[in-house]
Design a protein around this ligand. Structure first.
Ligand code: C2E
Ligand code: MG
Ligand code: MG
Length: 566
């Protein structure tokens, strides 16, 4: 389709269109839109060049007007829009938006007029594209800065869903700032925003509602930082580059408004802030610092904002160290499988052990999985670590078998990513066979959060079971879909999350829950193992409740394999 490119275009939109449909009527919303259209004609826009992009979005083309007149006309239209459309709906004022982007982002994007905008609009679903910023002040900025509209080339930097900058462009701009040393004179911070538990929100309210929440948060961030660089990074993450000196208050507002967006769920937007300093030279590192800061307050209900500090600097250092030494650690045998005993509740004997990875670093000493597992997952090397642990476990079991001990079992932890990074079933089977370990001696632990995110894993779990391995569900009860997973997957053992034991002494309900989980598992033919047993009282309670196996500091901490004993 040949589209004659317009010289100059603008977009008018009613942002709260849906709300008007719901609260007043769809007809009233359409009438408000019609008002907007008539107003545009009144301002001299040729109706032949006017298009409804969406029910609430109008594309205007002002071909013949010189640039200044075009801007004046749009400005004037924007000025009239509010009062005109307000008359169409009595008590819910339509919020009229005019296409504009944050001034700073635009400044770095813009040079020519929007030649290809129309054809672009015709090819993508652009209900949200190019619409950002609230009301007239942004438009005014747009106007007073003499900024041109985006052209086709420039639009590729814009995420069509949120109308914010795409991450690639964000990194380029951040890198430019670092390269030019702007941050040495100006106090510039990088902010990283993340919505806690967005997955659960989607599940609880549907993907459509999840999208609405994302757009709401995108708008809140854009509104709070109207003249800064705002980017939509991925799923539920956003980033901002700003020199505002009012960040804490702005983030608190975003947080509060988002909680109020759905009071039943009260979604939490967390923000981590990193102030650019002279040491940091790479945009990726700068964003990583902000991201780590944000992650450090994930799941905490008392904090929604944190600044990068020395403690985080230390963690960042360890993370980077791990990322840089990952291959060396795996190839150089720094990864060691530790074993934590699992006891039979009835006999009190050692019946199995869980293999837990430790990074024995020649320079910085022992690192725990919490430090290196996420980094190895990010580096797509986690399968190497897991296979390395399996190999050590097989070797150990093989020695025990040769010594005449046939009753000892072992469980290993797998990451969700193992299944996409390698054929885990095939690799583990091969290893087991090479060491001549009967497969039933080895159990594979998968956490419910891993299964939860990927239904394809069901097939892999079935393959493990068909090959003769046991499949155990780890950390049962700490996620949101534990019971659902029991319906869909077959497990040999449920490992009940240790959180249930934490307040058992003071909280009768925790006891009741653990006891019912054990009963339920039994009736489904699944054995139970409770983790984190630290006291005799807990042990006694679990014995009475009919739990099959126990694991915890009471019986032994994770120790090197050859020290395994209870
Ligand atoms: P997990 O599989 O749930 O392992 C149990 C964790 O609880 C272990 O922490 C263990 O040391 C700790 N623990 C055991 N008994 C007690 C107790 O009585 N009280 C308390 N407070 N803690 C106890 P660890 O070794 O730090 O491992 C943390 C997590 O890292 C593991 O949780 C597992 O998800 C992951 N992980 C460990 N090793 C590997 C591995 O080789 N591969 C993969 N993919 N993940 C691993
Ligand atoms: Mg485990
Ligand atoms: Mg566990």
């Amino acid at each position: 389709m040949a589209v004659v490119p317009p010289r100059q275009v603008a977009i008018l939109s009613i942002a709260n269109f849906e709300e008007i449909c719901e609260k007043i009527s769809p007809q009233a919303a359409d009438e408000a839109m019609e008002e907007l259209r008539l107003m545009a004609i009144g301002c001299g826009v040729d109706p032949g060049f006017m298009r409804l992009l969406h029910r609430n979005t109008l594309l205007l083309r002002l071909d013949e007007l010189p640039r200044q007149e075009f801007l004046d006309a749009i400005h004037c239209m924007a000025g009239h829009a509010k009062s005109l459309v307000t008359s169409a709906t009595t008590n819910l004022h339509p919020c009229v938006r005019v296409g504009a982007m944050s001034e700073r982002a635009l400044r770095s994007l813009v040079n020519d007029a929007a030649d290809d905008l129309l054809s672009y609009m015709n090819h993508v679903d652009c209900s949200a594209a190019f619409l950002a910023g609230d009301e007239l002040d942004i438009w005014q900025q747009f106007h007073s800065n003499g900024i041109e509209l985006l052209n086709h080339e420039q639009l590729k930097y814009i995420d069509p869903f949120t109308s914010l900058l795409r991450p690639g462009r964000f990194f380029d701009l951040l890198q430019d700032i670092l390269d030019q040393g702007d941050h040495r004179n100006d106090d510039i911070q990088v902010l990283y925003f993340d919505i806690d538990d967005f997955k659960s929100y989607n599940r609880a309210f549907s993907y459509e509602e999840g999208d609405k929440l994302l757009l709401f948060v995108a708008n809140q961030i854009e509104d709070a930082f109207p003249s800064d660089i705002v980017s939509y990074l991925s799923v539920d993450r956003f980033a901002v580059i700003t020199n505002s000196n009012d960040i804490v208050r702005k983030c608190a507002t975003i947080h509060e408004r988002t909680r109020a967006f759905n009071r039943a769920f009260a979604p939490e937007v967390k923000c981590g802030a990193y102030r650019l300093d002279a040491d940091v030279e790479s945009a990726h590192l700068a964003l990583d610092c902000a991201k780590l800061t944000c992650e450090s307050i994930k799941g905490r209900y008392d904090v929604s904002f944190r600044c990068f500090d020395n403690d985080l600097r230390e963690r960042m250092f360890t993370r980077r160290y791990v990322a840089h030494h990952a291959e060396q650690a795996i190839e150089g045998n720094w990864i060691q499988a530790f074993a934590q005993p699992v006891v039979d509740t009835v006999t009190g004997d050692l019946c199995s052990f869980e293999a837990l990875a430790r990074w024995m670093d020649p320079e910085i000493g022992m690192l725990s999985p919490a430090v290196f597992i996420p980094t190895l997952e990010e580096a797509h090397l986690i399968h190497m670590l897991d296979l390395c642990v399996v190999e050590q476990v097989c070797q150990f079991l093989s020695t025990r078998i040769h010594e005449g001990e046939h009753g000892l079992h072992a469980s290993i932890n797998l990451s969700r990513l193992d299944f996409s990074l390698c054929d885990a079933v095939h690799e583990i089977t091969k290893m087991c066979d090479r060491w001549e370990i009967p497969r039933h001696m080895l159990a594979v632990e998968v956490t419910e959060s891993a299964l939860d995110s990927d239904l394809n894993l069901r097939q892999e779990m079935d393959r493990f079971r068909a090959a003769g391995f046991e499949v155990w569900m780890d950390d049962f009860g700490c996620g949101y879909s534990s019971l659902n997973l029991l319906k869909d997957y077959e497990f040999d053992v449920l490992k009940v999350d240790m959180e249930f034991l934490r307040d058992m002494e003071s909280n009768q309900r925790s006891k009741t829950i653990v006891a019912s989980v054990i009963r339920m598992a039994k009736s489904l033919g699944i054995r139970t193992l409770v983790e984190g047993v630290e006291t005799k009282e807990q042990c006694e309670f679990l014995r009475e409740a009919g739990c099959d196996m126990m694991q915890g500091y009471l019986f032994g901490r994770p120790r090197p394999l050859d020290e395994l004993a209870i």
